[in-house]
Design a protein around this ligand. Structure first.
Ligand SMILES: [Zn+2]
Length: 347
């Protein structure tokens, strides 16, 4: 089955951010696009890059028919440079991915190596070198850095030089869900454009319009707290089972008392980052319900107690930060799962 491609114009919650970006108010040479994960910021950044490169660009965006636009849509524009961490390559839009390819293969031939979650210093240096050259098409050069928070310190330093003294007409568009992780030297050189994520209702409406999905499935998906793009991908890949299994386990649906290792195993099936997001979202749901005076929908499950959920929410947030800084992820996961199940079994 052909994948259902997404364009940023199809994402109603990005309309405001899109208008702000494209309507000309943002000619600053370095933009930082921020907002919640998996809401389509990368696609918006690609639109902005296309807008900057287009030969007949108007207020509403790129024309879609000039030579520059064709080169962008066929992933062959020589003056569009895209950096992303290797782990991104599994998820991202094909146009972005194809463009990013030249900086992804940096000569490390060990095929068994795990894909890196960071943007390496080699990639950043290659980009910096490329940006020092003249434009290949005679127009501007655009560097798009996705998941910019994953630039490690040396990579950020390599970027900083070209950011400070760009050669010719060079635009930088950095994208991140975690702007506070960026070094302040980079942060302070950017104009920030904050994008809003969708409400639960918006996400539900958008997903139902794209997929045949039942109400029960949909409410489990929304409970996961994952972003709409991530959920869309999950539905396309018919990959719901591991998410449902984790949520059901936490809810105590199968009358099992959650155990650390059982929980860690279910998390590992989903991937660390997403599992921590789901657990944190479930803890937050209990806290929110309590604030609103509603009974907890977590029932007799792991997040039935408000005080526990509050502590778990904070601890899961810290664990997500640790994952970001590439400490042994599996260990961090087992650690927090053991803590949650242990703390939970206390009277
Ligand atoms: Zn054009």
């Amino acid at each position: 089955m052909e994948p259902l491609l997404i364009e940023s114009a199809d994402l109603p919650w990005l309309t405001a951010g899109r208008a702000k970006l494209l309507q000309g108010g943002h000619k600053h040479h370095c933009l930082l696009i921020t907002g919640p994960p998996a809401i389509g910021k990368d696609l918006l950044a690609l639109d902005m890059a296309n807008h900057l490169l287009c030969e007949n660009s108007a207020e509403g965006g790129a024309c879609g028919s000039c030579q520059a636009c064709h080169l962008v849509s066929s992933s062959m524009h020589p003056d569009l440079h895209i950096l992303m961490p290797e782990t991104y390559a599994e998820h991202d839009d094909p146009t972005l991915l194809n463009h990013a390819q030249r900086y992804l293969d940096t000569g490390q031939s060990s095929q068994k190596r795990k894909p890196s979650g960071q943007i390496s210093v080699d990639s950043a240096r290659l980009l910096a070198e490329a940006l020092l050259g003249t434009s290949r098409t005679g127009g501007p050069k655009v560097a798009l850095v996705l998941a910019a928070d994953t630039l490690n310190r040396n990579a950020a330093n390599a970027m900083l030089k070209v950011l400070e003294e760009p050669v010719g007409m060079t635009h930088f568009i950095l994208v991140t869900s975690y702007p506070y992780r960026l070094p302040s030297t980079i942060h302070s050189r950017c104009v920030r454009v904050e994008c809003q994520g969708p409400s639960r209702e918006d996400t539900a409406a958008w997903l139902s319009a794209r997929h045949a999905v039942g109400n029960k499935q949909l409410s489990a998906l929304l409970m996961s707290g994952l972003g709409p793009i991530d959920l869309d991908e999950t539905l396309q890949n018919e990959d719901l089972k591991p998410i449902n299994a984790l949520i059901a386990y936490c809810m105590g649906d199968d009358n099992e008392i959650p155990q650390g290792l059982g929980l860690a195993a279910r998390c590992a099936n989903i991937g660390l980052e997403r599992a921590l997001t789901i657990l944190q979202s479930m803890a937050l749901a209990t806290v929110r319900e309590s604030v609103r005076g509603q009974p907890p929908s977590a029932g007799r499950g792991l997040f039935r107690d408000v005080q526990f959920s509050l502590r778990a929410f904070r601890k899961l947030g810290l664990a997500r930060e640790r994952v970001g800084s590439a400490v042994d992820g599996q260990l961090a996961l087992e650690d927090i799962c053991a803590w949650m199940c242990g703390a939970h079994s206390q009277p």
